[in-house]
Design a protein around this ligand. Structure first.
Ligand SMILES: [Zn+2]
Length: 232
């Protein structure tokens, strides 16, 4: 895919700018403690602390993808997240997990939703997963794979829709992403892609409706962004 090419250059340039701005701000005004700690994470080589095995979606189980299939980042501090990209695996859940663990695959999504609704997270939302085939879209999005095939309507079960909708509602809530078809898109809608997923059998009206429902249910009970992985 060649998506990693020049990524580090771009990131360093961006960070140098931010640091310059921070230094100027410190020179002219006393920054609130909160602002300072926010800027601190934007310094080169500084990352937010991570708990091994932690997941961003409560109930997800954690299986690490190969580090060759994503790029470490500190989203949303370094890249704003404003898209969710829906994919279909074109194979079984197990084969998707396997290829995302394979350093030669050169691609992986943050999540895989199994036919029975089980959710596995393989890349933290902090990081840039190589799932969209478009660097800008990788940087701005969270990618969700769904077990199944684009040409089989039977792939997309009630349990899968319900659980994926809860997952997407959580992502939209965490980053302030509007729940609509402009911000929740299929891989097919990523500029420049030759992929067709999720295909004609994916019911977008139903999915967006379920995400809205899950989002309003969630807003009544606010949850932490990070929780321990569930046993699977
Ligand atoms: Zn895809």
């Amino acid at each position: 895919m060649g998506e990693t090419k020049n990524d580090s250059d771009r990131r360093i340039g961006r960070r140098a700018l931010l640091i310059g701005g921070a230094a100027a701000a410190v020179g002219t005004a006393v920054l609130a403690r909160e602002e300072l700690s926010h800027l601190w994470w934007r310094m080169p080589g500084v990352e937010k602390p991570r708990t091994p095995g932690a997941v961003d979606f409560r109930g997800a189980s954690w299986v690490a993808a190969s580090s060759a299939n994503y790029r470490r980042a500190d989203r949303p501090s370094d890249y704003a997240i404003d898209r969710v990209v829906v994919h279909v695996t074109q194979g079984s859940f197990d084969s998707a997990v396997r290829v995302f663990q394979d350093p030669g695959h050169q691609a992986a999504a943050h999540y895989i939703v199994r036919k029975d609704g089980h959710v596995t997270q393989m890349i933290r939302e902090l990081d840039v997963a190589y799932h969209a085939g478009n660097r800008e879209y990788n940087e701005r999005s969270v990618g969700i794979e769904h077990e199944g095939f684009v040409d089989r309507a039977s792939s997309f079960t009630d349990a899968m829709y319900a659980s994926s909708a809860r997952l997407t509602a959580g992502i939209c809530g965490r980053y302030g992403i509007p729940v609509d078809r402009r911000h929740i898109i299929g891989h097919v809608e990523v500029p420049g892609t030759d992929h067709t997923d999720p295909g004609p059998h994916w019911d977008w009206d139903r999915y967006i409706r379920l995400v809205h429902q899950a989002a309003s249910a969630k807003s009544a009970t606010s949850k932490p962004a990070t929780s321990k992985p569930a046993k699977s």
